[in-house]
Write a protein that binds this ligand. Structure first.
Ligand SMILES: [Zn+2]
Length: 297
């Protein structure tokens, strides 16, 4: 395929929650979308009572179960190329920052960055993505596996670019401060307000000034696909989740629009609000398969 997107995520469900609309958008356009997930999410909480004993402290079978949830979620997004870094089970979920699970020798947090990056470089050699999406230095909100995913993805991109197979543009997922503020106001009077007690957007560990945002991907037409993907992660996201309530109350924009900062590469022309790019491939010369088009760029 001419346009190739690679996403690097920490746990099953991160892809759907933070980039599901973008994945569905590019898959629907017929572009190549490759997801690399770094752990199986073994340390997640379980919201399905009859599956509760799969937990790490009991049968420790959650990770394997979540492989199937991830595949179902990606199928809902139209994405079939789903991989685990180094193969499924290579790296274990590290749990929240400061927990003893961080120190498990199999934890992703304990992984050697260069060794882990080498697995990702292999994927890049094969798929040759022009665009990569991952997290910022703080892993968006500070989870050790998200921070490590950032480090590994950035290191792999550096190595792959030196070989000429790395991404031309790297995006980090982000939430503009204006959207966060608007959300705070909009949700203030709702039942089950997830931001209850939060007084201002400054209280969040995330939120990016609008002028640092580079791209806004509008996939409101595919918001049902994102909801279906979230539902596929049933052990992690209960049916009663505020996510679904808000999706119902605030409609397709809440689910269907995602934002990014540009961490590497040149910003392309933007025709969105604030001059934001509306296409992550903007400015990238993509070889068109149609011969009639050859040389027109
Ligand atoms: Zn995660």
């Amino acid at each position: 395929m001419a346009r190739r997107l690679l996403l690097v995520h920490a746990h099953p469900d991160d892809e759907s929650i933070s980039t599901g609309a973008t994945m569905a958008h590019y898959a629907a356009l017929g572009d190549q979308v490759t997801l690399v997930t770094c752990t199986l999410g073994e340390e997640g909480e379980i919201y399905v009572p009859e599956l509760a004993k799969l937990a790490a402290a009991d049968a420790d079978q959650l990770g394997g179960y979540r492989i199937a949830e991830l595949r179902a979620a990606c199928a809902a997004l139209g994405v079939g190329d789903v991989r685990f870094l180094g193969g499924a089970g290579r790296y274990r979920d590290s749990g929240m920052m400061g927990l003893a699970t961080n120190d498990n020798p199999r934890s992703f947090w304990s992984a050697d960055v260069d060794e882990a990056a080498a697995y990702l470089v292999e994927v890049m050699r094969e798929t040759r993505p022009q665009v990569m999406i991952t997290y910022d230095e703080n892993g968006f909100y500070g989870h050790p596996d998200h921070i490590q995913a950032h480090r590994v993805a950035m290191r792999a991109a550096e190595l792959a670019r030196a070989e000429g197979v790395g991404p031309e543009k790297i995006y980090w997922m982000a939430l503009p401060c204006s959207v966060l503020e608007a959300g705070l106001h909009a949700f203030a009077d709702t039942v089950g307000n997830p931001f209850e007690g939060v007084e201002s957007a400054d209280d969040f560990p995330f939120g990016t000034p609008d002028d640092e945002i580079a791209a806004r991907i509008d996939a409101t037409d595919l918001h049902d696909a994102k909801v279906a993907a979230l539902k596929a992660h049933a052990t992690q996201i209960p049916d009663s989740s505020w996510l679904y309530a808000l999706a119902g109350d605030f409609g397709s924009e809440f689910m269907g629009v995602e934002y990014y900062t540009l961490a590497a590469g040149e910003r392309g022309p933007g025709d969105g609000p604030n001059g934001w790019e509306t296409d992550l491939f903007a400015g990238i010369a993509v070889a068109e398969p149609a011969p009639a088009e050859a040389g027109s760029r």
